[in-house]
Each structure stands twice: as C-alpha cells, then as structure tokens.
Design a protein around this ligand. Structure first.
Ligand SMILES: Cc1cc2nc3c(=O)[nH]c(=O)nc-3n(C[C@H](O)[C@H](O)[C@H](O)COP(=O)(O)OP(=O)(O)OC[C@H]3O[C@@H](n4cnc5c(N)ncnc54)[C@H](O)[C@@H]3O)c2cc1C
Ligand SMILES: NC(=O)c1ccc[n+]([C@@H]2O[C@H](COP(=O)([O-])OP(=O)(O)OC[C@H]3O[C@@H](n4cnc5c(N)ncnc54)[C@H](O)[C@@H]3O)[C@@H](O)[C@H]2O)c1
Length: 472
C-alpha cells in the first residue's frame, strides 16, 4: 500500500491537536488529523471541560442558586423542581454537538484532512490508521508528526467501577438520575469542582482526600474560603483519609477507610488523577521515549527524543489544562516549521470552576514566604464591593501580593463571581512587571468585579505607606 505524504500528521483532535492543526494549516501546510473517537474535540469537548462547565452553568440557572441567596428562598432542590439528569444531559449534548460542528467546519475550511480511526506508528515517519468507517486500514507518512492523544482517568483495577453506583469522570455525567447523596474521592480540581456543582443541585456530598486541605497547590486562604462557603452547606470534607477499600453494599456504594470509618452513598465518584494515552500508539516502533508516570518526554520545543516527532497537551503531563494545551499545540507546529520562536509563558492563570469560582496568577502567600520576599497583602472582600452587593455575590475575596519595596505585583488570588475573567487583567499586569500604581491611577468601570483589583491595590498601598511612615 502506498502511503500518502503529508507535511504534518497530528494524532488527536483535543485542544492540543486542533490548535497544532490550525497553526500548520494557516501556514499552507498539508495536514492530516487523526481521531479515534466518533466525536471530535477530545476529553475537553466530550467528557471534561465542556460538559463540566456546561453542567455548572445549567445548575446555576435551573436551581436559581444566586436568586435563592438574594431573596432568601429555601435551598432544597431535588424533588421540588423539574430538574432531572435527562434535562441536564440534553443540555450537555446540545453544547457538545455545536462544538463538534464548529471543529469539523474549521478543519474543513482550512483544508485539513480528517480521518477517523486509531493511529499507530509503523516507524518514525509512518502511521497506520484503523479507520472507523469502511476505508479499512490507511497508511500515511508525515514529515512531522505531533502526538496529542491526551489522557484518561487513572482507574485502579481493584475499584469495581460499574457505571451504576461507582463512576469516574468519563461516566459520571451518564448517571441515570440525580442521587440524593454522593461520595467523591479526590479533592483535586475535578473532585472539588463537581462536589460544589452537585452540592448546589441539592446532593449531600462527602468529599474525601488524603491531603490536609483541598486543592493543595492554591493559596491556603482561598481554600479556607471555599470550605466555608460550600453551596447549601452540602459538602462534608474529610481530610487525611488514608488508604481505603471501595465496594458495594446492596444498592449503595461504600468506602471503608483504614481507620475503620465507613461511608455509603447512592453514588461514588472516583477522581484520583489522570494518566497519558500512550497505549496502542506502538511507540516502540519509534525512538520516542516515555518518562516518569508514562508521560511522553519532551524538550522546551515540545520535541520528543525523535527530532521530527512532537508531543503536546495532557500526554506530556503537567499542567494538563485545555488552556495550556492550546498554546503547546501552536508552539509545536511553529517550532517544527521554524516559523518564529515563542516560548511557553512563564506565568499563566489557573481557573477552577467551583461554586463560587476560583482563579489565580502568580505567587501564593506560602511561596512568597518560603522565598523570603518582603511583601504586603492587599485585600478586597466582595461584601464591601458595590458590584458584589448589587449582584448578591457577597461571598468572595481578592488578595493581591505586593513587593514592599518595589510595589510590583507578585500574585493575585480570587474567590468569587467573575474570578476566572478578571484574573486576566492581573495576568497582563504581572506579564509587564506592573506596580500597584497601575491599578490605583487608572479608571475602572463602576460597579464591576474588576474594581476588586483597585481596592486590593489601595489596601496594599496603604500598608506600604503606613510602614514607611513608621520606619522612615
Ligand atoms: C472533568 C474535567 C474538567 C476539566 N476542566 C478544565 C477546565 O475547566 N479548564 C481547562 O483548561 N482544562 C480542563 N480540563 C483539562 C482539559 O480537558 C485537558 O487538559 C485537555 O482536554 C487536554 O487536551 P489534549 O488535546 O491534550 O487531549 P484530549 O482533549 O484528551 O484529546 C485527545 C484526543 O486524542 C484522541 N486519541 C487518543 N489516542 C488516539 C489514537 N491512537 N489515534 C487517534 N486519536 C487518538 C482521543 O480520542 C482524543 O479525542 C478538564 C478535564 C477534565 C477531565
Ligand atoms: N478547571 C480546570 O482547569 C480543571 C478542571 C478539572 C480538571 N482539570 C485537569 O484534570 C487533572 C486531573 O484532575 P484530578 O482532580 O483527577 O487530579 P488531581 O491530581 O488534581 O487530584 C487528585 C486528588 O486526589 C488526591 N489523592 C490522590 N491519591 C489519593 C488517595 N490514594 N487517597 C485519597 N486521595 C488521593 C490528591 O491528594 C489530589 O488532591 C487536573 O490536574 C487538571 O489538569 C482541570
């Protein structure tokens, strides 16, 4: 069989693969994209980012979560309204289908060839594709190949997943009904986001983690705020859970901890991390090396150990975000074409879509202390923020870490409405080594959530001035 020749073969249509394909196609390259699933967009569109964020918005709308706070209405949801899993699933599917069509159309109009099927390497330049349709097995040769195969939930074999009582992040949204109670194992991003979403829906959630606190990597004051404001008080957090055994007892899922404590619920959601999709790629037919945790090893240009094979997105490990995968895909394609030299940004924001949401950029207070920085913390509470009062979002805060001598902003951490949007203003400030004066001297729309940045900057300014007066 003669293999068709391409400038680029890209394996996977998640954010990493899609962005690589578009970058190469816009530069006039002949591009083949291979996708093994029937639907385009990867975990991002089908089981991860899109569905979880769509569920969050749907739950906020249908339960009237904010409205209930503003008008002090009762919080009980299940059984009192027409919210059902079927209704939620219809909304998730509508958004997925819209996105599939957008991706399909954008690839088509940019001349990218799309083949649906599983790709595997024959050698360093050739892949075979077991197509889903009637085309059988195809072979293609690429001058460059970009692996963007993503990740899947890390599911240990001893956990009896049955997609009826015990679920992972792929299957949780296929639950037939909304349970009255749920155990979530894992206080990482997935566990914390879903815990607050289901809690807002009226589900009693028991959230277990082996760590002392949720979301260990974020500023501790922000996690404390999250734990104090769990929606409807419906989340019980159990820290330091230790080893566990998971089973089923009648119709209930059950988890027993090493200290003997046992918890049962209609649903158990296992959310303990993810692992790279490298199985089935036949990487042994290439010189591509796999490193710690089975992630593909890459250099700063996203080249694997074979110069013309690149890898991007979740398959290379941290930070494993849709946000960062998009830029990695672009960088790999640009580097292969030797177009221009851009580097992965040193500073980037993280958005966590709990209810209320969290976002941050830059150093945490704990990091600033460890590094012995001289800093002050400027704060703004949403209770005192006009926009917070008006919108009924009084649960929230913004803290700004500021260097005491230079007045440069070191980090911004936000918990509350608009957090994942306003963080980008802070990002721009950090990228330009801005001082708090930038926020103090410029005019912001009023009333806005962004004003929290101005108030926190003023609060930091006052502390610096006061300290300078005390110690001239
Ligand atoms: C529940 C959840 C919520 C999330 N929320 C967010 C969020 O809010 N914000 C954020 O930035 N990130 C979020 N993420 C992370 C984000 O979804 C991932 O970082 C992102 O999808 C990774 O993109 P990717 O292109 O590397 O891989 P993926 O999106 O996983 O896509 C990989 C694609 O490759 C295909 N593939 C695999 N092997 C082959 C093969 N051999 N041949 C052909 N095709 C193959 C797969 O079918 C898949 O379509 C979330 C993840 C989860 C699980
Ligand atoms: N908003 C976002 O950007 C977003 C949202 C969801 C997911 N994601 C991506 O998905 C990835 C995976 O998320 P995740 O939450 O599954 O993984 P994670 O690695 O973030 O969290 C896993 C959690 O499980 C805990 N844990 C691990 N082993 C344990 C054990 N044996 N017993 C008890 N607790 C244990 C860890 O302490 C950790 O808190 C994230 O790293 C992130 O990249 C991003």
């Amino acid at each position: 069989m003669i293999a068709e020749q391409f400038d680029f073969i890209i394996i996977g249509t998640g954010p990493a693969g899609f962005s690589a394909a578009m970058t190469a196609a816009k530069c006039g390259k002949k591009v083949l994209v291979v996708e093994k699933e029937g639907s385009l967009g990867g975990v991002c569109v089908n089981t991860g980012t899109f569905p979880s964020k769509t569920l969050r918005e749907a739950v906020l709308l249908l339960t009237g979560h904010l409205r209930r706070q503003v008008f002090e209405e009762d919080s009980c949801v299940i059984g009192t309204t027409d919210i059902s899993m079927d209704k939620l699933k219809r909304r998730l599917q509508y958004v997925r289908l819209k996105e599939h069509a957008i991706i399909d159309h954008q690839l088509l109009r940019n001349g990218v060839k799309l083949v649906r099927g599983a790709a595997a390497f024959l050698d360093d330049h050739t892949v075979t594709i077991e197509t889903i349709g009637e085309d059988g097995t195809l072979t293609a040769r690429g001058e460059y190949i970009i692996i963007a195969t993503g990740s899947k939930p890390r599911n240990p074999p001893e956990v009896p997943f049955d997609d009826r009582r015990i679920f992972d992040s792929r299957s949780i949204l296929d639950m037939p009904t909304i349970p009255k109670n749920m155990i979530i194992l894992g206080g990482g991003v997935i566990g914390s986001e879903y815990a607050t979403i289901f809690a807002a829906l009226g589900v009693k959630v028991t959230l277990l983690d082996r760590g002392e606190r949720l979301l260990k990597f974020i500023d501790h004051e922000i996690t404390d705020e999250l734990q104090h404001h769990f929606p409807n008080g419906n989340v019980e957090y159990i820290a330091n859970c230790g080893n566990f055994k998971i089973g089923v007892e009648g119709e209930l899922a059950q988890i027993t901890l090493e200290n003997g404590d046992s918890y049962s619920a209609e649903t158990l959601f296992f959310a303990l991390g993810r692992e790279a999709n490298v199985g089935g790629l036949c990487l042994e037919n290439t010189g591509v090396k796999i490193g710690d945790g089975y992630y593909i090893t890459v250099n700063d240009l996203y080249q694997t150990s074979v110069d013309h094979i690149y890898a991007v997105g979740d398959v290379v490990g941290w930070p494993s975000l849709a946000a960062t995968s998009i830029i990695q895909g672009r960088l790999a394609a640009l580097n292969a074409m030797q177009k221009r030299s851009e580097a992965f940004p040193k500073i980037f924001p993280v958005g966590i879509y709990t209810i209320p949401e969290i976002s941050y950029v830059g150093m945490t207070e704990e990091e600033a202390r460890e590094k012995d920085y001289k800093f002050v913390v400027g704060r703004c509470s949403y209770e005192e923020l006009p926009r917070g009062q008006i919108s009924g979002e009084c649960e929230g805060m913004l803290k700004m870490l500021v260097h005491r001598d230079t007045r440069e902003i070191l980090g911004v951490h936000i918990f509350g409405g608009g957090a994942t949007e306003i963080v980008h203003i802070a990002l721009m400030a950090l990228c330009h080594n801005a001082k708090i004066d930038l926020f103090i001297e410029n005019i912001f729309n009023f009333p806005t959530y962004s004003e929290a940045l101005k108030i926190a900057a003023l609060s930091a300014f006052n502390q610096i001035e006061r300290d300078q007066c005390l110690c001239p």
